[in-house]
Design a protein around this ligand. Structure first.
Ligand code: 13P
Length: 246
């Protein structure tokens, strides 16, 4: 069964209006690689402006609140992000789990809120270095995934990103064998809950993916694309990652 590769940049807390030219250039790159679904998850402040220059890329958010509205100072609802021009959002990124104390339950609730507002969702999971060193990575991350999985999870609106925490921004990546083993384990875990739907669900790898390692990583069975931080901040760095997905 063919799963279209999905390559998404996560700009994290980077990007001012001066960087909209990079968004435009990445949108043009996306148009040159129609076989790949390309997107950028931007700071919320850039979403509306980026929507006008995104070309063939989609624009996404990096988080949303689980409630529709109310007394939640500083937070943004999924409907607000959708209205600004987001088509997707990330939920459960390890930086939010660590910095904002977000739980698996929060992550599942945010995914459901996003879906209700018409957003597609990238749900992140991944292990710490301690867990990796203890040899428990597959079972821990599989359990995290199932605990974070929203009701009604389906391949047409949800993708998973496996991001080992120790590989994010460090230049270190797992061995190709370890990535293959993890992605196979995650698809098997999904199948226990959503059955045959697991076969169509995209499972991305994230953590120090760049133009040098992207082809090998995305060549692995069950790796259906990438969630890319630092190497997505300019079109020049992101171009070889997108090309590697073809
Ligand atoms: P880096 O590609 O900078 O390691 O970040 C990965 C990531 O966290 C994407 O969500």
């Amino acid at each position: 069964m063919g799963r279209r590769k999905l390559v998404v940049g996560n700009w994290k807390m980077n990007g001012l209006k001066a960087q909209l030219g990079e968004v435009e250039a990445i949108g043009a790159l996306a148009a040159r690689h129609p076989a790949v679904e390309v997107g950028l998850c931007l700071p919320a402040t850039l979403i509306a402006a980026a929507d006008g220059v995104k070309g063939a890329a989609f624009i996404g958010a990096q988080d949303c609140h689980m409630k529709d509205s109310g007394a939640h100072t500083g937070c943004l609802s999924a409907a607000m992000l959708a209205q600004a021009g987001a088509g997707w959002t990330i939920v459960g990124h390890s930086e939010r789990r660590q910095d904002q104390g977000e739980t698996d339950t929060d992550t599942a609730a945010k995914a459901l809120a996003a879906k209700a507002a018409g957003l597609k969702v990238i749900l992140c999971v991944g292990e710490s270095l301690d867990v990796r060193d203890a040899g428990d990575a597959e079972s821990v991350v599989s359990a995290q995934l199932l605990a974070s999985l929203p009701e009604g999870a389906a391949a047409d609106w949800l993708a998973i990103a496996y991001e080992p925490i120790w590989a994010i921004g460090t230049g270190r990546i797992p061995t190709m064998e370890a990535v293959e083993t993890m992605h196979r384990a995650l698809r098997a875990a999904l199948a226990t809950t959503i059955g045959g739907e697991a076969e169509g669900m995209r499972i991305l790898y994230g953590g120090s993916m760049n133009g040098d390692n992207a082809a090998e990583l995305m060549g692995i069975t069950d790796v259906d694309g990438g969630l890319v931080g630092g190497a997505s901040l300019t079109a020049a760095k992101f171009a070889p990652v997108i090309a590697a997905a073809v």
